[in-house]
Design a protein around this ligand. Structure first.
Ligand code: PAF
Length: 294
């Protein structure tokens, strides 16, 4: 049995693609007792209906996937983990950085892994989850207890038939994604536009190079492979062009009135700057601008 904590789009994507009957959602306090039912539209083929039971007391999952929002993760795990065996691997799917380190530091004895995914899923209407973009998922250990379990966890996830790879340097991969998110998401939320449109906007053009300079200094300070600000800008803009018509996850959160993950993207970079004595005024400004959005 694979338990999933977080029944949003990503949690529902995994629940619908992993073998039926082997998945349960972890109930959150106050959650309705009925199983979760929804229609799932795969990338190709007809939509089908999915019913996911809730994990029952006494059921011991072999694996726990955590697909909550970054800001909810610690509290959700504090409520869920007391009834889950301490040997069960925890796989964190959160965006950005910061929440993963909080979890690894809070439960150092448990096997903690992280996943970075480029799969796209959304819920365009109540009761419907759409697999909107074909991507891949990398999974790797965040602590030594998780290390021996990486291949096994990758194989279990691959039963979904989604593309899954074991990753030795998951932190590096999370950093690569963080850089892209830091250069796209806040701009799309502040400017309220699809990813590709930011490239034409004066606000983006004014701040992207100083932002990339801050990120370049931070990468060097934390021992990640060094990149010039120009190279960072190029990779950010390549993704913005490739996903030109997409609504970023942060803009989608703002539009839907959901909690924003800015504290784990530009906010994380600003905090890291303070820790390392690196000035990060652009990350700070973007964080505040997004925090002020409704
Ligand atoms: O967060 C997102 O929406 C995506 O990671 C990205 C790359 C910005 C594309 O929309």
């Amino acid at each position: 049995m694979i338990a999933i904590l977080g029944a949003g789009s990503l949690g529902r994507l995994w629940a619908a693609t992993l073998p039926a009957g082997q998945v349960a959602f972890v109930p959150r306090p106050g959650q309705a007792p009925e199983p979760a039912r929804y229609r799932f539209q795969p990338l190709v083929g007809e939509s089908f209906s999915v019913t996911v039971p809730w994990l029952q007391r006494g059921q011991s999952p072999e694996l726990l996937l955590v697909t909550t929002k970054a800001g909810d993760t610690l509290e959700a795990l504090k409520a869920a983990l007391p009834s889950i065996a301490s040997s069960t691997p925890i796989v964190l799917f959160q965006n950005g950085l910061g929440s993963q380190q909080q979890v690894a530091a809070t439960w150092p004895q448990r096997p903690v892994l992280a996943a970075s995914t480029t799969e796209g899923a959304n819920r365009p209407e109540q009761g419907l989850t759409v697999h909107a973009g074909c991507g891949a998922t990398w999974v790797g250990a965040l602590n030594p207890t998780g290390q021996p379990l990486v291949n096994r966890v990758a194989q279990q996830l691959a039963e979904s038939r989604l593309e899954v790879h074991p990753e030795q340097d998951i932190l590096g991969r999370l950093w690569q994604k963080l850089v892209i998110n830091a250069g796209i998401n806040a701009f799309t939320a502040v400017l309220d536009c699809p990813n590709g449109e930011i490239l034409e906007r004066p606000f983006y053009q004014r701040w992207i190079t100083p932002l990339c300079r801050e990120i370049s200094h931070l990468l060097a300070a934390v021992g990640q492979p060094e990149h010039t600000p120009e190279a960072l800008r190029e990779s950010i803009e390549a993704v913005a062009r490739r996903t030109a018509t997409n609504t970023s996850s942060m803009r989608a959160d703002v539009l839907a009135g959901r909690p924003k993950e800015i504290d784990f993207i530009n906010g994380y970079l600003a905090r890291l700057g303070q820790l390392h004595g690196i000035a990060t005024p652009v990350n700070q400004m973007l964080t505040e601008r997004v925090q002020q959005l409704n």
